[in-house]
Design a protein around this ligand. Structure first.
Ligand code: PLP
Length: 361
């Protein structure tokens, strides 16, 4: 496929369509203007649709990491505990962030590639009281999608006062997730993965229960203080200067997503997962993620054929694709095929054909 640029097949940042990049070049508007309030309101309505929530969705000029910190600071009291579900690079980092903010953290660790279960969470809830359970929906490093719905049911049943905080940075818009129905108090994401936007903007739906909790916390920090964000959002605004150009892009992207239909979009991702899994099996590779929990947005391929991943990536770069070579401790032993965002099956097929050419050499 002849391209004028390298197509990003990496699981974040992902390819952004030209129309969306173009939307960022709209003329600047002041963020205290009526035009901005209208943009904000329009974006807010679309965000509520895609988060499946009646609650507000905060818009922050940061990457997802900022909202991790905001979630931990606003939902976990200093003299209480949080339960973090850890099984990959990103869930590990969120636990570190809670600790870096002085929170007391208990961890349920699973091996990389394995999933958490509702039973594990039920056992932990029977032993201690927790202010919050913090989970990653789609662990981008390992390609595991965790059973967020089932875990939410257990929390509601066993510990109804415990808040449920979920990161869906590489899930939301690609893999099914429903904030209100699944009992999620904070659902956070950032722009450059499953949302297929440029990096630099992050979003979180936040329940009233979180705001009640935040009122009981003296030092919530400043930039991600949810009480301050709340005072502004009711006026369709933000406390500090927002990333206006990225909001133009987000508003355009979400209009396109709603036109595609969110269920259709989930299905497209499931179809691309199937294509990728078929390729992996037929070519004699393995899966790093356990069966039954493999992600709709990214497949982590176990490099059982011992292909030279650096050479493979160089070959693919020549074909116009920037591909992943594995993350952190599993670099080279795995490589990841992202099938998220606005990538269409025809592009994925072309990419897989390229990998075949490399393997046939
Ligand atoms: C990339 C990623 C993050 C970090 O988000 P940034 O936007 O890079 O700060 C958090 N969680 C998951 C699951 C991710 O994949």
């Amino acid at each position: 496929m002849a391209q004028d640029h390298k197509y990003l097949m990496t699981p974040g940042p992902v390819e952004v369509r030209a129309e969306i990049l173009q939307a960022q070049t709209d003329w600047m508007i002041g963020h205290r203007s009526q035009a901005f309030a209208e943009l904000f309101a329009s974006l807010q309505e679309k965000l509520k649709h895609v988060f499946f929530t009646q609650n507000r969705v905060y818009v922050c000029g940061s990457s997802g990491t900022g909202l991790w910190e905001g979630a931990s600071r606003n939902a976990i009291r200093d003299d209480k505990r949080a339960l973090h579900l850890v099984g990959g690079a990103f869930s590990e980092r969120w636990a570190e962030i809670s600790q870096a903010n002085g929170k007391t953290v208990d961890i349920i660790n699973v091996d990389w590639g394995q999933n958490h279960t509702a039973e594990m969470v039920a056992d932990a809830l029977a032993q201690h009281e927790y202010d919050a359970v913090c989970a990653v929906h789609n662990e981008t490093s390992t390609g595991v999608t965790h059973p967020i719905k089932a875990i939410g049911e257990v929390i509601r049943e066993k510990a109804p006062d415990t808040l449920y905080l979920v990161d869906s940075v590489s899930g939301l818009l690609g893999a099914e997730i429903r904030a209100d129905e699944w009992g999620i108090d904070i659902l956070l994401t950032s722009s450059q993965k499953a949302m297929a936007l440029p990096p630099g903007i992050a979003f979180a739906s936040v329940s009233d229960r979180v705001l009640e909790r935040a009122q009981q916390i003296a030092y919530r920090g400043y930039y991600f203080d949810f009480i301050a964000l709340e005072e502004s959002i009711v006026k369709n605004n933000t406390p500090a200067t927002p990333p206006v150009s990225l909001m133009f892009a987000a508003n355009h992207q979400l209009a396109d997503v709603l036109a595609e239909g969110i269920e259709n979009r989930w299905q497209r991702h499931l179809d691309m997962r199937q294509m990728t899994q078929d390729w992996v099996e037929q070519r004699g590779f393995g899966f790093f993620a356990v069966e039954g929990y493999r992600s709709p947005t990214v497949t982590c391929v176990a490099n059982t054929r011992h292909a030279d991943v650096n050479k493979m990536a160089a070959f693919m770069m020549n074909k116009g694709y920037d591909m992943d070579k594995g993350y952190g401790q599993i670099k080279g032993k795995t490589f990841r095929v992202a099938h998220m965002g606005d990538t269409q099956p025809a592009i994925l097929q072309d990419f897989l054909n390229g990998l075949d050419e490399f393997l046939a050499q």
